[in-house]
Ligand binder design. Structure first.
Ligand code: APR
Length: 252
């Protein structure tokens, strides 16, 4: 395993009670899920204002629905990678390990993580805009274009259960994320450009509350100057190397 893990991090991890991992699209890049702002990123090809907000959905629900169906198809063909799996192992390695994700791709859950906070929702869930009835992928009415609700006389539009630009984050998830950030001994910010708020405030909250802040990214971001440690590399290599190094140090 080539990635070197500095002693300063290992020393922190060997005594850590609570570890929090904050993830963005970069952790799923090695699985084949496009990021948003990378060279081949979604926002280079599509306009978020035309696809990822409520007024765009009301104006052209079929277009927005088809776009999410296309993303679901990609996500349905990929698998979690070693980065996701290393975070599952961290749930065993540390007394408390929480994954706070901005990703809607469900790959942390599919990898086996149990302690997950989904800040921006989950693309495999849907709900009716009118009555709130929920639909997972299996019970969606099969129609061309955007499906309509079929519960008790409602015919409302069904939308993906993801947070669109201009929308509030789900309250419970936000409170859980702030708690897991403010109480972390070690906080990893992984594969995120750290530019979308309020999520991007969480690493700073963790640092202010005394956490050792580690950024893992292939590139520097606006968060890098605030990090105690910047590990430049792909998360699918750096995270397994961290797990390996902690295990090695623990083995007498
Ligand atoms: N390993 C580590 N980092 C990576 C990798 C990788 N294999 N591949 C890309 N990255 C980094 C990029 O350098 C970039 O900093 O991941 C980051 C991805 O950034 P974005 O595409 O901006 O994605 P993210 O930060 O998750 O976006 C936040 O914005 O569009 C909204 O709601 C959407 O949740 C999303 C939010």
């Amino acid at each position: 395993m080539s990635t070197h893990i500095p002693d300063v991090l290992l020393a922190r991890l060997l005594t850590a009670q609570r570890v929090t991992a904050f993830t963005g699209a970069g952790i799923s890049a090695e699985s084949g899920v496009p990021t948003f702002r990378g060279n081949e990123g979604l926002w280079k090809k599509f306009k978020p204002e035309e696809l990822a907000n409520l007024s765009a959905f009301m104006k052209n629900p079929d277009l927005v629905w088809e776009w999410y169906q296309a993303r679901r198809t990609i996500i349905g063909t990929v698998q979690p990678n070693d980065g996701h799996r290393a975070l599952v192992e961290m749930e065993v390695l540390f007394p408390s390990c929480t994954v706070i994700t901005q990703n809607v791709d469900n790959l942390h859950r599919r990898a086996g993580s149990r302690n997950i906070v989904e800040l921006h929702g989950n693309i495999e869930r849907n709900y009716c805009l009118s009555c709130g009835a929920t639909y997972d992928g299996t019970d969606l009415p099969h129609t061309a274009g955007v499906p309509r609700c079929t519960r008790s006389g409602c015919t409302g539009l069904i939308r993906p259960d993801v947070v669109w630009f201009g929308e509030m984050l789900p309250e419970d998830e936000w409170e859980g994320a702030v708690r897991a950030s403010a109480t972390a001994d070690v906080f990893f910010s992984i594969g995120t450009s750290a530019v979308v708020y309020p999520a991007a405030s969480l690493p700073l909250t963790a640092k202010q509350q005394g956490a050792f802040l580690v950024e893992i990214n292939t590139e520097r971001t606006p968060l890098t100057p605030s990090a105690d440690l910047f590990l430049q590399g792909v998360s699918g290599e750096v995270l397994p190397a961290i797990v390996h190094a902690v295990r090695e140090r623990r083995t007498p």
